[in-house]
Design a protein around this ligand. Sequence first.
Ligand code: DGL
Length: 269
Amino acid sequence: MIGVFDSGFGGLTILRDLRKALPQYDYLYLGDNARAPYGSRSFETIYRYTLQAVRELFARGCPLVILACNTASAKALRSIQQQVLPVEFPDRRVLGIVRPTAEEIGKFSKTGHIGIFGTSGTVSSGSYLLEIEHFYPELKVTQHACPMWVPLVEYGERGTEGAKFFVKKDVDALLAADPDIDTVLLACTHYPLLKDEILAALPPHVRLVFQGDIVAGKTVDYLERHPEMEVRLSKNGKCSFLTTDTAKFFEKGAFLFGMSDISAESLTF
Ligand code: DGL
């Protein structure tokens, strides 16, 4: 199976696009719902939680794990790839979603000015700045943290006046910081669910970029370039769900993310 990890429900938006692009594979999704959100947690804590999840997905038969969470990708991926895999799991791979997004984002902008919305953890990690600088050194990148947006989604506030107010406030703050921005990246898995509010607040000439499509396309590339990994993945088109909260909590919450009729298994670390 392909393991897909997120702090909670948000990675379901990435899973949806992965399954669209690569429907033949089996997926095992793990949401650390009992400890979400990760957005404002320390580097050490996010690393520890993410590593536990990766070990669990490896133990359950995933040779490849995708960290479908920007905060975990920004804060834990590099240490896992550099310190843990070579020593303990030399034949397994963990991929994140920051780098693949950074590789593509420069292609969307004409002015060379882009904006990024993310959690406080993703923004303060500086991961996007670092990765984008690597591929597009000339790009001017302005980041803005939106700590209200994840709770707005999780508490079912989409479409309300409150959601519109907070989204507009953050969009205005980003564009005030750099009025030449013509491309905005949603670098948090929850934010696509606020698409309507974000599009309503953005001027029409600003392009909104979603990560799920990019990550799915890059995963297709990855599997083409790594046939030795591809042959190890089972192909029955199935998807299973694990959560650190109760199965009932997950099944109910996943509905907000467009997943109905799923059954989850609860686990404790
Ligand atoms: N999944 C997280 C991300 O993409 C958002 C939710 C959280 O803060 O845990 O950054």
